[in-house]
Each structure stands twice: as C-alpha cells, then as structure tokens.
Write a protein that binds this ligand. Structure first.
Ligand code: DLL
Length: 427
C-alpha cells in the first residue's frame, strides 16, 4: 500500500475526517466562489447547516452545464497567480470543462494516483510506459505524477504511433503500462502484425480506464498480454484519473474517501439511494483548494458495496462503471447500455475487440445493428454462424433482436483516445 495509514484508517476515524473536511470545503466554497454562494443561498442553506455527513443532501447538485456556463475560470476560488496547471475534459459529450490546479491540488492528485498505481502493483523497480497523449486531457499527467511519486522509471511515450509504442516497449523492457482500455487491445494487434507476441514482452501489469470496459474485455486484455489488469476511474472535474481503482481482489474499485465524498442518487428523482442500489454517482471534492466541486452529478452509473474488503483497505468500493446515463439508449422502449452489448459479444472467442452499435429507424420501428470484427478472416458461411450466436447472446442480455454484422478484422475505425461505440442515427 502506498499510504497504509490513510488507506486502512478505521471507518469511524475516516468518517470523522470526512465530516471535518466537508464542513471546511462547504464554508470555503461559500466564501470564495460566488456561484456556490448564490446556489446555496437560493436553496436556503448556510455552511453552518452542515452538521453531519448526511446534511450534504441539503445542498443543490452541480452539473456539467454549470461548469460549462462558468468556463473557463468562473469557478476558481483563488487569485489567478495561485494556479500552476490547467486541464480540460475530453469533451466527449460537448464543450470541454476546464479545471485549474494549485500546487496543493497537484500534490493531492499525485497522492491518490500513487495509491491507485501501487494497488495495481507499481513499484519503484518498474519501467512504466505511458502511451497516452500528454496534453489538456488529464490521463497522461495523472499517471505521470503518480508514477513519479512512487519512483518508477517513467517512459512518457505519449500520443499515438502504435508501432513506435511497441518498439519502445520492447527496447526498454517495459514492465507496467497505463492507458485507455480499448487502446490496449489495439496495441496488442499492432504488436502481432509486427511479429511480436504481446505476452512475450516484459509487461506484467496494466492499469486502464477513461471508458467503460467490461469484465469480458478485461479478461481478454489479461490473456492477450499475459498481465494483471486493474481498472482506474476518474474525471477531470475531480482531478482526472485517481478517484478510484480496483485492488487485487478485482471486485469493485476503492474510492479515496479522504479526498472525495461519494453518494449514489436516483438519476430521475435525485433522491439518495442505499448501498448496493444502482444509480448515478455524485461526488464532492473534500480537499481541492483551486476549484472545489460540490455534489457533482457525474452521470456515471454504479453502486456502492456494503461491507469491508478483504484487502484491508477501509475505503468504500463501487462497482465498475456500467456506463454513463447519457450513453444509455432506448431501443423499442428497452433501455440498453453499450456495456451490455460488449458483455454479450466478448463472450464469443471468434470475435475481435472492435465493435459498434448503430441505432436507426426502419419505417416506424427502431432497429439495433451491431457491427463486430471477427478475430480472423472467416468464410461468409462461418460469419453468418457467428452472427447467429451473437444475436442469441444479445437477446438473452437485452431482450432485443439485433441485426448482427460480422466484419473482417481491421475494418472498423480505430481510436487513440476513447472509443466511440454508439451511433444513434435517429437523432
Ligand atoms: O477520462 C480521466 C481518466 C483518464 C480516467 C485515464 C482513467 C484513465 P474525462 O475525460 O473527464 O476524464 O472523462 C471522465 O470518463 O465520467 C466516465 O464516464 C469515464 N470513465 C473514466 N474512467 C472510467 C472507467 C478521464 N474506469 C469520464 N470506467 C467519466 C468507465 C470511465 N468509465
């Protein structure tokens, strides 16, 4: 563990610390950010009304729209000269959101990232490759700062050029990689084309996130690379990657509660849900001084586990993110998450790792088309057989009758950033 004292802190002490920090951050946001003062005032709540953790429910939510309307610098709590770095969200769902960090904020980010990386097995003996663009996207810098804090040797290969990534991985005997889940599979297929078996490289651990990836995809990455795979979650609004990650139990992600306060709400009513109940994750930064974010609606769907983890860490765990509530599509009145489609198709050993779901209208009816690459080039007859198998599995998981098209390898578009899996032509 990177910080055993904090990671194993007894629950009672951890909750006392959270309450102390919550009171402080609410007061701080009220006094220093006009947006929060107005928001709290219009809801008739004052900082002194926060007496216990549950009192956070009295405070209104903050949404991505609020952050956009006040972008780029409208939510800063301190004078400009206090800030040393800026990042922005990837803008997958619209205008990017900008966040500014003070030195203290960067220090907290490095700390939570170091905890996640150590949990995934990173040590100072590792050679750690970061094949993520270094830019306004938070990914690369988060892994970089956390890796440096641990003392690993970082190989900052940055953006793109997959062949170069593989060449350098081999040349430097890289032992640990980080990145975006779908890119790990893309790198593996590039390595194979170069005549290199990914499992024969020295990479033994990987940590991936930034997009939903199912258990099935995780298993594929593990097998293809012969490495252990950890899931890491985060979002620009909180810091970037580093909010949570999974331990060696591989059953849920520990969320660093000394820095983030988590709630799960019903996305429709906004009401607070109990542990084990699935809903939208709402997060509050407890220690951010540059740009505190209070009761932020992440749109990410998950649930919080009840009970403590066998690994000894006391911080709560949440289930792997099922998807974003805005990723959910309604097809013929049925709610479908891309993760359900991925779960259904990745079970089939003949399909590759690239896939796409397209929703269209056929007359008045919705039509769900799933395109998926096969692992190898198959005959038309064989492809039809695979399509039938996939169709059956999709029906079991979603109840929907999809049209499945099995395509040859390397036909679907590749992504160096987050994968785009859904095209809704009805919009
Ligand atoms: O994607 C931060 C990040 C970089 C996390 C690298 C992990 C690794 P944003 O661009 O602001 O930040 O996007 C945040 O990505 O609200 C989720 O919807 C999604 N996301 C992030 N991690 C995961 C994950 C980065 N492990 C948005 N599983 C979040 C599923 C994830 N979705």
């Amino acid at each position: 563990m990177f910080n055993p004292k904090m990671e194993k802190m007894p629950r009672k002490k951890l909750e006392e610390l959270q309450l102390k920090r919550l009171k402080k951050i609410i007061r701080y946001a009220y006094d220093n950010v006009p947006f929060y003062r107005e928001k709290f005032d219009s809801a008739g709540v004052k900082p002194e009304d926060i007496k216990k953790l549950e009192d956070i429910e009295k405070i209104p939510f903050t949404t991505k729209d609020d952050l956009r309307k006040n972008a780029p610098f409208g939510l800063l709590a301190l004078p400009m000269e206090e800030y040393v770095e800026l990042h922005a969200s990837s803008g997958t769902t619209g205008e990017p959101v900008t966040v500014c960090y003070t030195r203290h904020d960067l220090e907290v980010w490095a700390e939570v990232m170091a905890r996640c990386l150590a949990m995934a097995g990173l040590t100072k003996k590792d050679i750690f490759q970061i094949p993520i663009p270094y830019g306004t996207f938070t990914g690369a810098f988060g892994f970089h700062y956390g890796g440096q804090k641990i003392g690993a040797l970082i190989v900052p290969t940055g953006k793109g050029d997959s062949e170069r990534q593989i060449r350098l991985m081999k040349y430097y005997n890289v032992t640990f990689i980080a990145g975006i889940a779908s890119y790990a599979m893309h790198l593996a297929s590039v390595a194979k084309k170069m005549g290199i078996e990914p499992s024969e490289l020295s990479v033994r651990n990987g940590i991936f996130g930034a997009e939903m990836f199912t258990k099935e995809m995780k298993k594929r990455i593990m097998e293809t690379w012969d490495m252990d795979v950890h899931d890491i979650y985060g979002l620009t609004e909180m810091c970037g990657p580093g909010v949570s990650a999974d331990c060696d139990e591989h059953d849920g992600l520990h969320l660093w509660e000394d820095h983030f306060l988590a709630e799960i709400i019903d996305p429709k009513t906004g009401e607070r849900l109990e542990k084990e109940e699935e809903g939208e994750l709402v997060l509050t930064t407890l220690t951010k001084e540059g740009m505190p974010v209070i009761r932020y609606r992440t749109r990410d769907i998950t649930f919080i586990y009840d009970g403590l983890c066998n690994c000894g860490r006391t911080h709560i765990k949440h289930a792997p993110i099922k998807g974003r509530s805005d990723d959910m599509v309604i097809v013929k009145g049925t709610n479908v998450f891309p993760s359900q489609i991925e779960e259904a198709i990745m079970k089939n050993s003949k399909v590759g790792s690239e896939w796409l779901m397209i929703i269209d209208k056929k007359g008045d009816m919705d039509e769900l088309i799933v395109q998926v690459e096969s692992k190898e080039k198959y005959s038309e007859e064989e492809k039809k057989k695979i399509a039938e198998e996939l169709k059956k599995e999709i029906r079991i998981i979603t109840t929907l009758n999809a049209k499945v098209e099995v395509l040859d390898p390397d036909t679907l578009p590749r992504h160096e950033g987050k994968a785009k899996r859904v095209i809704d032509k009805r919009k």
